[in-house]
Design a protein. Structure first.
Length: 240
């Protein structure tokens, strides 16, 4: 299985968010809020009309989790969510792990990547694998990745197709120069959590349109382990 096939497998499992006993505007707001996720939103009413304003997340007709509508609506929506509690938002977000995002631009991808890089930095050990598509893109990130490579006992691997010379560096950063199609199309940041499952995380996406990325992030240790095994077993090492 390739990285692209893994993305497609996640894409095939669309989750559904059902809004119960709430104004029609609530479903519209949630559709807009999750417009870049592979998530359908529908509105329904229970026979009794109670309880009011709650949402249910399901996958393949199987219940996943539920939350109060006010806990899920965008905190910037002042009309419908005057008392937002950020922690209460987690029940839905936690279960959107491995839900596809669509049409992320470069800025969104960089922001998502930084969260994983920051976790690796804070733990300061283990292994981080990052795919930049091309070496020229890695070149623009060398300051950050040299800092990561110098952090504690953190091992850092970077992957890219050779559209330019291998960036010069004075650290233990390991650069994999690969001409494979999935390396050129894929953006990934994968951290093994230093062997601790709760620290494992990954971002994986592919560029299907110019500067538009489709993919997912995950905190599932088995998925993270699979991505790392795939990278380590598929690509030979060219260290500079």
């Amino acid at each position: 299985m390739s990285l692209s096939e893994l993305i497609t497998g996640v894409e095939d499992h669309e989750k559904r968010l059902t809004v119960y006993n709430a104004p029609d505007s609530a479903a519209s707001s949630l559709r807009e809020q999750f417009r870049d996720r592979n998530l359908s939103v529908s509105a329904e009413r229970t026979p009794s009309g109670k309880p009011t304003s709650f949402v249910v997340l399901s996958e393949d007709d199987t219940f996943v989790t539920a939350a109060n509508l006010q806990e899920v609506l965008d905190p910037d929506d002042s009309e419908t969510d005057p008392g937002f509690d950020g922690e209460a938002y987690r029940p839905i977000l936690d279960h959107l792990d491995e839900t596809m995002f669509t049409s992320y631009d470069i800025e969104q991808m960089v922001a998502a990547s930084r969260e994983i890089e920051d976790r690796a930095w804070r733990v300061g050990k283990g292994t981080l694998h990052s795919g930049f598509q091309q070496l020229s893109i890695l070149e623009d990130q060398m300051d950050i990745y040299e800092q990561l490579a110098e952090k504690g006992s953190l091992n850092v691997h970077a992957y890219g197709a050779p559209d330019t010379d291998v960036p010069e560096h004075d650290t233990d950063l390991t650069i994999h120069v690969e001409r494979a199609d999935e390396i050129e199309r894929s953006w990934f940041v994968v951290y093994d959590g230093a062997g601790v499952n709760v620290n494992k995380c990954a971002l994986l996406a592919e560029e299907r349109e110019p500067r538009a990325f489709y993919g997912f992030w995950t905190y599932d240790p088995d998925t993270v382990d699979w991505i790392i095994d795939h990278l380590e077993s598929t690509y030979g090492l060219v260290e500079q």
